[in-house]
Design a protein around this ligand. Structure first.
Ligand code: SF4
Ligand code: SF4
Length: 296
């Protein structure tokens, strides 16, 4: 990308000085190598899973077999979802993470690493550290494919959103935004907070999508929580996404009982089919159902 101001939400695509980091230099993290294709929420559209963007952003014109995603799991989150699928870090004695310096995490990139995914928990509370790590990874490996991706509740301050998205934009990575509900009351009931910042950030990122249409910079997902997130919620979320850009990929994820919602049923086959239908009717062109193995 060039050095000029893109005009999209004020991002300067090549401006490294836009990154004003605080002094945080370590985080509680566990990381592992995931062979591609992974079960990543964006694997149906991303370079690692499909070869999209080959040869600039992918090592192969199909699935990048033989390469790995470095999965970076942060033990922290600013939400408190009742169905948290990664809740173990919230219980003392179940933590698998260790304190890692920036350098020690950057050293994890090896010759087979083609993408890095920051997730957790959520990267939001650890963004100063994560940005420092990903900038350094890219600096140390300037002439190879090394995509930077984020799987997030997207609730960060927009000042952090911009450098984070710039790294994905320039590296061929993506931002995987979990849009948990449309109604702010449902969002608050499920996650402990409203979704105003999430939706504002999503709209901001959608403006950047034309800067690199393929592979997609922004991918959305929604967990189909029985009794809370069904056709009505999905239709409203999908309409919102379609109003921004109908080509933004949207993954609906089947629910399985866990954490505080252990007594809930799984997403039914009928509900999943109905939600897929309304997401398409809302105008989205790229919709899919993930976690199909949870549906009985
Ligand atoms: S981390 Fe990014 S590039 Fe790698 S499999 Fe996931 S979405 Fe694709
Ligand atoms: S945003 Fe994700 S990690 Fe955080 S509480 Fe919710 S489900 Fe768990």
């Amino acid at each position: 990308m060039g050095e000029k101001d893109s005009g999209y939400c004020g991002i300067r695509t090549g401006d490294k000085n836009s990154l004003r980091l605080d002094g945080r230099s370590r985080a509680r993290v566990s990381c592992y190598y995931d062979p591609l294709p992974t079960n990543c929420v964006a694997d149906w559209v991303c370079p690692g899973g499909t070869g999209a963007g080959y040869p600039v952003y992918a090592n192969d014109c199909g699935t990048e077999v033989g390469f790995y995603n470095l999965a970076v799991f942060f033990e922290g989150c600013n939400f408190n979802c009742l169905y948290c699928q990664n809740w173990s870090f919230k219980r003392s004695g179940l933590s698998k993470g260790t304190w890692r310096s920036v350098d020690s995490l950057v050293d994890e990139v090896n010759d087979e690493t083609s993408c890095v995914c920051f997730f957790g928990g959520d990267p939001t509370p650890q963004l100063p550290y994560a940005l420092r790590v990903s900038e350094e990874m890219r600096r140390r490996h300037p002439d190879r494919i090394l995509r930077i991706c984020w799987e997030t509740n997207l609730s960060m301050n927009p000042a952090w959103l911009k450098p984070m998205a710039r790294l994905s934009l320039e590296s061929g990575g993506c931002v995987k935004a979990d849009l948990k509900a449309w109604d702010p009351h449902i969002h608050e009931a499920l996650c402990g907070c409203d979704n105003r910042q999430v939706l504002e950030n999503f709209a901001c990122l959608a403006e950047w999508v034309p800067l690199r249409p393929e592979p997609p910079l922004l991918v959305a997902s929604t967990l189909l929580v029985p009794g809370y997130v069904g056709e009505e919620e999905v239709y409203k979320i999908a309409s919102f996404i379609a109003s921004l850009n109908p080509d933004i990929p949207y993954a609906l994820l089947a629910f399985t009982p866990q954490f505080c919602l252990e007594d809930f049923p799984t997403t039914s086959r009928d509900q999943a089919a109905a939600c897929l239908k309304v997401a398409k009717e809302a105008g989205l062109r790229r919709v899919r159902l993930g976690n199909r193995h949870f549906i009985h």
